[in-house]
Design a protein around this ligand. Structure first.
Ligand SMILES: [Zn+2]
Ligand SMILES: [Zn+2]
Length: 818
């Protein structure tokens, strides 16, 4: 066994650490080890085993967690690529790739010292010392701690630590008391964190006997158990309409036994259907599928951009291709944006793939995530469907990765490592010799550009299935509406009339307003100030039902003001409209309509979301109002009208992607209309009716928009013509943020960096966020190598200047410059 091991530890430092391998232990490259780091124990990934003696003394590895790699050769390479490309610490990259935090338990232990034994002895003899600063209660608690630890040591003959939880439960000592005792050297605190087996336990009720007299409730329970073969989870029994005590009574009488068992994974265990899912494909779908299958059969890397209009049946193509991969005994990954994973899609997946599909979404607990990971690693699930991090699923023999709605910004992680799952998917496919498919009705500028440059094959699905027409889009100019009606309207006369028509015809309506809350701005007419968040330079939004002012960035809440908090004036005005107010307005205009709202205030979980969508599908709702959540991927056939109320707010933001984002949102939400038998219509209300993003979206003209936007990007040296990075310097102290950004600004000025443009330092558009003051630099270069070179040198310099690594954020390919 080599003497040393290089370990990537999940800490915000751009380096790896060398540890000594103790004799008798055998770590493996790609496996986890437990290592001491500062005062803690952490799990890191072994990246190399060697015999090169390091310049500083190496600490010993504490324990080896895996005897076989959890990251294989390919995933290790992928992790290194991410660390390099996004300038992220390798240990943090690996932590993101492995959803196994449930297998590590943080734990602190305590042991009594000789001084502690002495203190215990003295306390027993003399009672409290007169000079003590401690209250009698504190002294009593300390005595209990010493006594407990001494007793424990006597029983076990020393060495064994007592876990903090156990100690505090037994002695009622606070963390502060323990810390004080550590300082006095009476006790020693040690980190004893380590691996634990992540197995979810379920309680199973087993029917032992049905003899004897039973009351009605008991009878229901016993019959239910008997009907399910004599065993059922206690959780399932709880859903019966009987008191919770009934089960306890049956257990006491010996009729039912409750045992604990490791949970099997909880997806429905439906087998694939005997007559497999039928796809009825049109010509374009068939040829797209054929190209995909050919690509997979070639067993080498290829990329494809599947550009299909909304409703053109992209999902069916994905599912058929994945089934083909599975039948060939290979693996496939389908990435979806968070909300895109609708109940209908999940049901289809189980129907087609049965037990062989693993679904990874954000609502899973850490344990469920770890279980799924092991199922995939063991080869039990060879088809993986999931959000961003599913791109790291440990499948073997990967043949196909599909990125659905590839333009969606949820694929970019907005914390370290700031990777883009679409770009990681392309790299992983390259390393695996697999096919990658990027699909969208509104491809990102970058992907479409790559396709036109032949980096990917461009495959089009130009028509909706069954020749359904794209919806007609009518633009309503809200400035003209204002002139004609004399006041600021939220719902134009045209939109109101069209909604009314749909209600009379028993058809359904969606209305988009991409801003939640009741009123987005509270303004004082006396001093002119807006009510802002305490932690951010952001206006607070009024939420009427909760009767609160809320910051949408940090969650800060304040009371609804009756007078101005700055000057005391009574003239405070609530301005603007959010989705909550829009819902109220619609109720007022159409009192007979059944209206629901979908936004982050009404949707707290997947279930809430599914409930509302199902109600819409079942025809139990007439109108759904919502934020961009309603724009994503749903296929509801009764919706024939989509109203867009102020989706163009983003066009006013200082962000070079504003036009692209607006075009995508308008096209996607328009795509929700007319997916069934009846044709759809879209009413697009706007204050920017001449803007090209609005005009091209109204004409369903992606290529027109793309060419216009591309010219703008080319002039301004923005992606895809330049690689771009945002460097954010932040601190909760204004002078620190200023000093650090000044220091880095001078360094950029004095350093030669041909071919890289550096803008800044400038205050970030949101200059204060979550208490941090923020300054930023924007770097652009046609050469990614040069860009990353200067960023790397900048980080080295920042470290020399003692600027903490966590306060300098490097965001390569940033989606937001706010
Ligand atoms: Zn005021
Ligand atoms: Zn805030």
């Amino acid at each position: 066994m080599p003497e040393f091991s290089d370990v990537a530890v999940p800490v915000p430092l751009d380096m790896i650490f060398t540890y000594r391998v103790p004799s008798g232990s055998s770590p493996v490259v790609g496996g986890r080890v437990l290592v001491p780091f500062r005062q803690q124990r952490m799990t890191g990934i072994v990246v190399e085993l060697h015999d090169r003696t390091p310049s500083v003394t190496a600490k010993n590895i504490v324990g080896v967690v895996d005897s076989a790699p959890v990251l294989d050769e390919q995933l290790l390479r992928l992790g290194r690529w991410i660390a390099d490309y996004y300038l992220a610490p390798l240990g943090e990259v690996f932590r993101t790739m492995l959803p196994l935090s449930a297998e590590f338990r943080r734990s602190i232990g305590y042991r009594i010292t000789e001084q502690g034994q002495m203190a215990l002895h003295l306390a027993g003899m003399a009672g409290s010392s007169a000079r003590s600063q401690r209250t009698p209660e504190e002294q009593a608690a300390e005595f209990r701690v010493l006594d407990y630890l001494a007793g424990h040591e006597a029983e076990l003959g020393g060495a064994e630590l007592v876990r903090e939880q156990t100690l505090r439960a037994a002695t009622q000592a606070s963390r502060r008391i323990l810390t004080g005792m550590v300082r006095k050297k009476w006790i020693v605190r040690e980190d004893v964190s380590g691996p634990q087996v992540a197995v979810r336990i379920v309680k199973i009720a087993i029917l032992r006997s049905a003899e004897g007299k039973l009351n009605d409730n008991q009878r229901v329970l016993v019959d239910t158990l008997a009907a399910s073969g004599g065993r059922l989870s206690v959780e399932a029994l709880r859903s019966l309409a009987v008191p919770r005590t009934t089960l306890g009574t049956l257990v006491r009488r010996g009729l039912v036994e409750v045992v604990e068992e490791p949970a099997e994974f909880t997806v429905s265990r439906t087998k694939p259907r005997a007559s497999p899912f039928d796809f009825d494909f049109n010509g374009a779908q068939q040829s797209a599928l054929a190209r995909l299958r050919d690509g997979v059969a070639a067993r080498k890397f290829s990329g494809m951009l599947l550009h299909g209009v909304t409703g053109s049946g992209k999902t069916a193509v994905y599912l058929a291709a994945m089934r083909a991969v599975l039948e060939a005994g290979r693996s496939a990954i389908l990435l979806v944006p968070e909300i895109g994973l609708t109940p209908a899609v999940a049901a289809d997946l189980h129907q087609i793939f049965g037990d062989e599909v693993a679904i990874l979404h954000s609502a899973l607990s850490d344990r469920e995530r770890a279980e799924q990971w092991h199922r995939i690693k063991a080869g039990e699930a060879r088809v993986v469907v999931g959000t961003r991090s599913a791109v790291f699923a440990p499948v073997s023999d990967l043949a196909l990765i599909i990125v659905d709605e590839e333009h969606d910004s949820s694929y970019k992680q907005e914390e370290t490592p700031r990777y883009h799952a679409r770009d990681v998917a392309v790299m992983r496919a390259k390393m695996a010799g697999a096919v990658v498919v990027l699909g969208s009705a509104t491809p990102s500028l970058e992907s479409y550009f790559n396709a036109t440059k032949n980096k990917y094959a461009l495959v089009e699905l130009p028509d909706r299935v069954e020749q359904r027409p794209l919806p007609e889009v009518e633009i309503v100019d809200m400035r003209q509406e204002f002139q004609e009606t004399g006041h600021e309207q939220v719902i134009s006369r045209k939109l109101a009339a069209e909604i009314n028509e749909r209600l009379e015809r028993k058809e359904q309506v969606m209305v988009l307003l991409n801003r939640r809350g009741y009123s987005p701005v509270v303004l004082c007419r006396t001093c002119g100030k807006k009510l802002e968040c305490k932690n951010c330079a952001i206006a607070l939004t009024h939420h009427k039902r909760e009767h609160k002012m809320v910051c949408h960035y940090c969650g800060y809440m304040a009371a609804v003001p009756k007078t101005c908090v700055y000057c005391g004036s009574e003239y405070v005005y609530f301005l603007g409209t959010g989705s909550e107010k829009l819902e109220e307005l619609l109720h007022g205009i159409f009192p007979q309509a059944r209206i629901a709202r979908l936004d982050r205030d009404t949707v707290r979980s997947h279930e809430d979301f599914e409930r509302t969508l199902n109600a819409l599908s079942e025809g139990e709702l007439d109108v759904v109002v919502g934020t961009q959540m309603i724009a994503k991927g749903h296929d509801i056939h009764g919706v024939t009208l989509v109203g867009v109320v102020g989706a163009d707010v983003a066009l006013g933001l200082p962000d070079f992607r504003a036009a692209e984002r607006t075009f995508q949102l308008l096209t996607q939400v328009a795509g929700r209309a007319g997916r069934g038998e009846s044709p759809g219509k879209v009413i697009l209300q706007t204050y920017f009716q001449d803007h090209y993003a609005v005009q091209y979206a109204a004409r369903h003209d992606f290529v027109g928009f793309y060419e216009k936007e591309l010219r703008f990007r080319s002039w301004m040296h923005y992606p895809p013509y330049s690689a771009l990075a945002n460097v954010l310097v932040r601190s909760d102290k204004l002078d620190e943020a200023l000093r650090w950004s000044g220091t880095l600004g001078k360094w950029f000025e004095s350093t030669r960096h041909e071919g890289v443009r550096v803008l800044g330092p400038a205050t970030a558009p949101i200059m204060r966020l979550k208490r941090d003051y923020r300054y930023h630099f924007v770097l652009k270069s046609p050469s990614r190598e040069k860009l990353n070179g200067i960023l790397r040198a900048m980080l080295v310099y920042a470290a020399q200047q003692k600027i903490p690594r966590t306060q300098v954020i490097v965001d390569v390919d940033a989606l937001w410059l706010m």
